[in-house]
Design a protein around this ligand. Structure first.
Ligand code: ADP
Ligand code: MG
Length: 252
């Protein structure tokens, strides 16, 4: 395995409070990594630092050997980094197909052009159809995003993220607010996409059953600091993780 992303001493203050506090870790190519930690541990802040939505006060983020610490989100997307949000980021009035087409057209260098002629781009449309099929929303291609169920909107959001064909993709609680069936659909999709090795996924997830069944590797954040980084089995047995922090949950 080779390091896709290296994080060195990453620190982010909100006022005097260090939400992320000197975190150093490595994300390996092809390794499905979960980041866990209780509410307020700094997970979302950490993902925001990696994806460029926040700039750190200290430390470095190196993606494939390139220092991206101060690069804007769009520039990181261009390099192959992407994220999907804990909150919704769809265009509600655009159809499911149009939402997925936007990143595809952008990748194909068509973002500056009028949106109307997109229907003429049959390759882009075929690619959008394939994304919609994978997320199980092909039947809703002409439905405005706002009319989809909450779970389907989250699936569409994931579709938008993978449509950019990222090298590294961060998913911050992609199943929040979903019913069990929708959750399974999302997690199966992440597993399937991860197995295809095109994209390396980093997932923030609070459901420990999901984390331990999905992840190849787990980092544990606690009060902004890295408590542990190990395989799921070792994390389960890690006394610091069990006692100090996750308690019963990991042994269940
Ligand atoms: P998690 O995603 O693990 O629940 P967050 O990264 O959202 O944690 O938050 C970590 C800590 O930083 C929390 O105490 C939170 O209240 C605080 N925090 C997050 N964002 C901000 C912000 N923009 N301004 C001030 N405090 C923040
Ligand atoms: Mg969060």
């Amino acid at each position: 395995m080779s390091a896709l992303l290296q994080v060195e001493g990453l620190t982010k203050y909100f006022g005097r409070f260090a939400a992320v506090d000197g975190v150093s870790l490595t994300l390996e190519e092809g390794r499905l990594t979960a980041i866990i930690g209780p509410n307020g541990a700094g997970k979302t802040t950490f993902i925001n630092l990696l994806s460029g939505f926040l700039v750190p006060d200290k430390g470095r983020v190196v993606f494939r050997g390139q220092d991206v610490t101060r690069l804007a989100p769009a520039a990181r997307v261009h390099l192959g980094l992407c994220r999907s949000f804990q909150i919704m980021t769809l265009f509600p009035d655009l159809t499911a197909e149009e939402n997925v087409l936007l990143p595809i057209l952008a990748r194909r260098g068509r973002i500056g052009r009028a949106f109307a002629p997109y229907k003429a781009d049959s390759e882009a449309r075929a690619e959008a159809a394939e994304v919609l099929r994978r997320i199980g929303l092909l039947a809703y291609r002409d439905t405005p995003a706002r009319l989809l169920s909450h779970g389907d909107q989250r699936l569409l959001e994931l579709g938008i993220a993978v449509a950019t064909r990222p090298t590294l993709c961060f998913l911050d609680e992609p199943t929040s607010g979903m019913n069990p069936q929708e959750r399974r659909a999302v997690l199966d999709l992440v597993r399937e996409l991860s197995a295809s090795k095109t994209t390396t996924f980093v997932i923030v997830e609070h459901d420990m059953d999901v984390v331990f069944s999905l992840a190849d590797y787990i980092y544990v954040l606690h009060r902004g600091q890295l408590l542990a980084g190990d395989t799921p089995d070792a994390i389960r047995r890690n006394p610091r993780v069990r006692e100090v922090y996750l308690g019963e949950e990991v042994s269940a």
